[in-house]
Design a protein around this ligand. Sequence first.
Ligand code: GLN
Length: 534
Amino acid sequence: MTKHIFVTGGVVSSLGKGLTAASVAMLLQRRGYRVKLQKLDPYLNVDPGTMSPFQHGEVYVTDDGAETDLDLGHYERFTGVPCSQSSNFTTGRIYSSVISREREGGYLGKTVQVIPHITNEIKDAIYSLDGEETDIVITEIGGTVGDIESLPFLEAIRQVRQDIGHDNAMFMHITLVPYIRAAGELKTKPSQQSVGILRSIGIFPDILVCRCEHSLELEHREKLALFCNVPLNLVVEEKDVANTIYEVPLELAAQDLDVYVLERLKCHVNRLDVADWRAMVQRFIEPDNGAIEIAVVGKYIGLQDSYKSIYEALTHAGIANSVRVNVRMVESEEIEARGAAAALEGVAGVLVPGGFGDRGIEGKIAAIRYAREGNIPFFGICLGMQCAVIEFARNVCGLDGAHSMEFAPDAQHPVIDLMEEQKKITNMGGTMRLGAYPCVLSEGTRARDLYQEDKISERHRHRYEVNNAYREPLVENGLVLAGLSPDEGLVEMVELPSHPWFVACQFHPEFQSTPLKAHPVFAGFVAAALGDKQ
Ligand code: GLN
């Protein structure tokens, strides 16, 4: 029977519930259990695909084309277990299926209500990951306990514990223990209160994970144990880590959190082997090759979470090359104002990530020109590839006024155009070209060399594409179409053999990079940047 762990958050948001859930999953996995992860988000959007990264951080895309919360990126990076459509549900998605079923007559004669109809739908979502190949499901509830909108989710997980029994379901509550500088003290009251809210709705946390800047003393643990009704050893400390998020599982393991979880769920405690993980963390902390600086030029730079997977993939590539990768976050509008040379001076490589909308586009194009003309390693992703094609068309092929139809519908040379299948689409939600598609790499290209494979599978999220009518001038002027869709209809990767390292792709390789296995194109990019430095 599949067991369930529910992760809730108290006091404030941004406590790193996703990282904690991913870390616990990774530890249980390494004790021999098959674990799946899932996030339930209380907001009303059916998925985060229609939200700006400023609202929500990056939209993470799964193989099967779900546009999801960025915590799923942590889940995949920590466990290597692929997420799917069943790994992220929102209030919007739950309600929309209940309402469609009501319209179809699925509840004929009944009054449709939050309890039981919405809560049943939530429970179906939770149980959808159960099965022979799943020992444990970890479900993270987004938001903070006490929010009005998370109530149906909390009620549903309370019911799950009733349905499947004490030994098969447990609650882990992540809470903040703030340090009050003026008093020089850690305060446990907010945690007591948030556990109080949980208890008032029938949920009794089994484990308290306390996020704190300073270590908990015995006296704090005793207080929390007493007031929150949790055994002393189940008050676990999760201090801010010193170097990297990949230390979190090691810190939790040092306190035997995974052992307590397994004992609580009446599972056998097998040996834990994290030697490779520990070595990876060590390589991050003490790289052999010093540090390099890579510029990421985007328009959502102000928010750390907007390019989460890109930053993580660069870190992984740094670990693979034993070099610390420092990111210089450059607002593309800043390049428009100050010029590329001023903003990018001294960087070892330039990365232009994906994006939507025309703000800052000319800055991205200028950054690419600077990298191309200056022989600086360049890596373009999705919109970054589209901008590279625009730049090449304008400045190498002499196609003045080359642009994307996304930004200039009456462009003189629409080198980037809406994909044919997108032309009839009117709804905005979930209608892009999404998820994993195969791509064929041509022989003799850098792409083929990096992947060491001729057929790859990468995840996509786009509506626009290289306009096939312009393939000829692009190729004649030296751009190599290194990767194509199997029917050769879509350009998936381009590169410039005349440049030391200039590679761009229409897909998002950052979603498949993990700390133990850096993505080959990221690893190659960082190696090239490092080579330049040396
Ligand atoms: N806006 C572009 C498109 O829709 C690029 C998308 C992206 O970078 N994810 O094709």
